[in-house]
Design a protein around this ligand. Structure first.
Ligand SMILES: *[C@@H]1O[C@H](CO)[C@@H](O)[C@H](O)[C@H]1NC(C)=O
Ligand SMILES: *[C@@H]1O[C@H](CO)[C@@H](O)[C@H](O)[C@H]1NC(C)=O
Ligand SMILES: *[C@@H]1O[C@H](CO)[C@@H](O)[C@H](O)[C@H]1NC(C)=O
Ligand SMILES: CC(=O)N[C@H]1CO[C@H](CO)[C@@H](O)[C@@H]1O
Length: 359
């Protein structure tokens, strides 16, 4: 050990004197001759996949051989040496870790109606494989298998799964409605049923609330819950100081939409568009028309008003839900200073023109 750690290059501070060099070399030679442990190798190299066989000594003589044993899960690949020899140069002979290679689990092919994917590219232990069923089939069992070590051998973590054809049980029946496939027992993957509501016996129709179409999806489940058939009727949408602008009708069933507008001098708080929801309430709620409050004009110029003439053309009252009423508005402001700027510009131009003509 002492010899092998002696530096090969002489320290810089000794080089100027030839006498010192000679003395140093003598000591070195003497050391090599006296110490028998100089011709040895240290411990043999270690690897994650193989170990030196038997007990490891701290040092080995030149020519001594150390055999290797593959770790559990690894197998010896013959052409390469499975041992190291301590050489004259106190170095172990070459050995690489691919002397022992990973064992592989049994090859696993595709399964009926499904395929296998090699997640890590091979069947070696530590790796995984994944099963995927073809469209219209669903997997029963373990989707992923691990190639794992059991004792000194490797095995798959589970049995391969199987792919089962997707079928659905008949879709549920609903109150006051029916579906398009009553009486059928088995539904293939992706088959569709359509629900509809019965004709109501009372004055109000049933509305279909929810999805009208369901399809047989993966794992044999229907794509959604069945719809409901129920009477949905929102109250008449009344708006004080405002009026309805669209969605006229006598009855407001599920999803009916109405729009509003406030009268002149009022502003809308809330949504101008409301929809009748499944619980027979307007969403968002009916808005409010609130009086405009001009902050500084109200008191200083009480004389300013807008004269408004309105003509409303209503569609035929017999079919109120068809068409919309039209309103034409003519407004005249009593305060000229509230007129838009272009009026003043035209006025100024005319005054200038008259003045120029008189000159
Ligand atoms: C190494 O293995 C060889 C052949 O398998 C055998 O002859 C030899 O005795 C073994 N050496 C040691 C040190 O175990
Ligand atoms: C195999 O691949 C999976 C997914 O990429 C990864 O999580 C896992 O660590 C890999 N296993 C090995 C042994 O490389
Ligand atoms: C209707 O009422 C039910 C039960 O009170 C509630 O769960 C649902 O969210 C309501 N629907 C809407 C659109 O508000
Ligand atoms: C509005 C409503 O739910 N109507 C009828 C629906 O069907 C059930 C029974 O199937 C009746 O009890 C309801 O009156």
């Amino acid at each position: 050990m002492a010899a092998s750690s002696t530096p090969h290059t002489r320290p810089a501070h000794l080089s100027p004197s030839p006498a010192a060099s000679t003395w140093f070399l003598s000591i070195l030679l003497l050391t090599l001759v006296i110490l028998p442990s100089s011709e040895t190798c240290g411990e043999p190299p270690r690897f994650e996949n193989m170990q030196p066989t038997g007990n490891v000594k701290p040092s080995y003589n030149v020519g001594e051989r150390v055999n290797y044993t593959c770790n559990p899960g690894y197998l010896y690949r013959p052409p390469k040496p499975k041992f190291v020899t301590c050489g004259q140069n106190q170095q172990w002979s070459q050995i690489t870790k691919d002397t022992c290679y990973k064992k592989a689990c049994r090859r696993q092919g595709d399964i009926p109606n499904g395929v296998v994917n090699l997640i890590n590219g091979s069947y070696e232990f530590g790796n995984q494989i994944e099963f995927v069923c073809n469209d219209g089939f669903h997997l029963i069992g373990a989707r992923i298998l691990h190639c794992q070590l059991t004792g000194s051998d490797v095995h798959w973590s589970d049995r391969p799964p199987h792919c089962e054809k997707i079928v659905c049980a008949p879709p549920p029946n609903i109150a006051n409605g029916t579906h398009s496939a009553v009486g059928r027992e088995v539904f293939e993957y992706l088959s569709v049923v359509t629900y509809r509501c019965h004709k109501a016996s009372g004055p109000d129709e049933f509305s279909l609330v929810g999805e009208s179409q369901l399809h047989c999806a993966g794992s044999g489940k229907w794509s959604s819950d069945p719809p409901q058939c129920k009477v949905v009727k929102c109250p008449f949408p009344e708006l004080t100081n405002g009026r309805q602008t669209s969605g006229f009708g006598r009855k407001f069933y599920y999803k009916a939409q109405v729009t509003f507008e406030c009268n002149q001098g009022f502003y809308l708080r809330g949504s101008a568009l409301i929809t009748c929801d499944e619980n027979s309430t307007w969403q968002p709620p009916i808005p409010l028309c609130l009086k405009r409050q001009p902050l500084f004009m109200a008191k200083s110029r009480p004389l300013c008003t807008t004269l408004v003439t309105r003509h409303t053309v209503r569609p035929s009252d017999a079919i109120p839900s068809r068409g919309t009423s039209r309103t034409s508005t003519v407004s005249l402001n009593t305060c000229p200073w509230e007129e838009p700027l272009h009026v003043w510009v035209v006025l100024g131009y005319m005054i200038t023109l008259i003045t120029v003509l008189e000159l």
